[in-house]
Design a protein around this ligand. Structure first.
Ligand code: ATP
Ligand code: MG
Length: 332
């Protein structure tokens, strides 16, 4: 049976890119593979980002990320859901992989280059990020990784690290494959500047737990087809991020209606955004109500994380023993 692993960083509030790109697949694969699917709030990864490392906020964001995933339909009793720092074996395996990975391979990672460009002093943890990610996945010998396509390069490196370990120390790890969601591999930011990202801040994101009034303010201000200056100008939905969002939130009839309406100037951008907001509300309102219920029961969330960490460690322990033995560490 396949084993599934994926991680999400508590670097900010989860957004519709995380939701459609990854979290929905967690739920689908979780229903298929039960306790063979592991999902992790990767707080060790989060502290590679100096802006998201405030110790007064990290624990709360980790908790909120669990709430968001449970509200989105992931049942912690059916899958393994935990926080990365509660399973120290992630760091132990990461070190072994660090010693197998050339610095040059890490320096050419696109995500590293993009993120490092934002800092004057780059934490070396940021360079090691993909090695830790390889350890996250391979610690459970997972072969199936639901992610957005911004992680393609990191999954390829994970496969390389698995190959290298197997070559040096004997056949041990599978070469995992990414699984992408249909139609949401890279959701654009609502500010119109590239991928929606938690770390780019609130201006880029539509949070799945964000108040609906605040979401509407962002949609209202969002850029549309720049060629469509007047209401009477025909527009091109293919270059409009509002149309991208319609494909995520609206039913087929609405998508067709705004598609034709935009091309023929039959619908204005504000009305098109209002139609989108109807889909957003229908989708997110029940999810937000479930999140409220979960926040009111923090013991449930904490117990679920405690239980998840125990289940994860039970899977990781024999694999880590095998690694220690193969690497040649003295066993007493
Ligand atoms: P950060 O800016 O801190 O890196 P992020 O928004 O990129 O945060 P991550 O926690 O890094 O979110 O990623 C969690 C999952 O969400 C990953 O599987 C990632 O591929 C996916 N993901 C992130 N952003 C998008 C997006 N805009 N579209 C589709 N999937 C996305
Ligand atoms: Mg990211």
């Amino acid at each position: 049976m396949p084993r599934v692993f994926s991680g999400i960083q508590p670097t900010g509030a989860p957004h519709i890119g995380n939701y459609f790109g990854a979290m929905q697949n967690y739920v689908t694969l979780g229903e298929q593979f039960g306790k063979n699917s592991l999902y992790c709030v990767v707080d060790l990864h989060a502290i590679t980002n100096p802006a998201a490392s405030d110790p007064r906020e990290l624990a709360g964001r980790t908790f909120d990320m669990a709430v968001a995933n449970f509200a989105a339909g992931l049942d912690p009793a059916k899958v393994v859901f935990f926080a990365q720092s509660h399973v120290p074996e992630h760091q132990e395996l990461s070190w072994v992989f660090t010693c197998l990975t050339p610095v040059g391979e890490l320096e050419r990672m696109t995500q590293y280059k993009d993120k490092a460009a934002q800092y004057e002093s780059v934490p070396s943890g940021l360079l090691m990020y993909p090695v830790l990610m390889a350890a996250d996945i391979l610690l459970y010998k997972a072969d199936t990784v639901p992610v957005g396509d911004d992680q393609t390069q990191h999954i390829e490196l994970t496969r390389e690290i698995a190959r290298k370990f197997n070559h040096h120390y004997g056949e041990t790890f599978p070469e995992p494959k990414a699984v992408y969601s249909q139609g949401a591999v890279r959701v654009p930011g609502v500010d119109g500047h590239g991928k929606m990202s938690k770390s780019k801040g609130e201006a880029s994101t539509i949070g799945i737990l964000e108040p609906l009034g605040s979401i509407w303010q962002k949609l209202r201000a969002a850029p549309t087809d720049p060629q469509r200056v007047r209401r009477t100008d025909p527009g091109n939905p293919e270059v409009c991020l509002i149309f991208d969002y319609h494909k995520l939130f609206s039913d087929l009839d609405t998508i067709q209606l705004v598609d034709v309406g935009c091309r023929t100037a039959g619908i204005g951008c504000v009305d098109c955004k209002k139609k989108l907001m109807e889909g957003v509300t229908a989708h997110l309102e029940p999810l937000q109500e479930r999140a409220e219920g979960l926040r009111a029961d923090p013991d449930y969330v904490r117990d679920a994380l405690r239980q998840g960490a125990q289940e994860a460690r039970a899977i990781a322990a024999p694999i880590m023993d095998e690694v220690r033995h193969k690497v040649g560490f003295l066993k007493l």
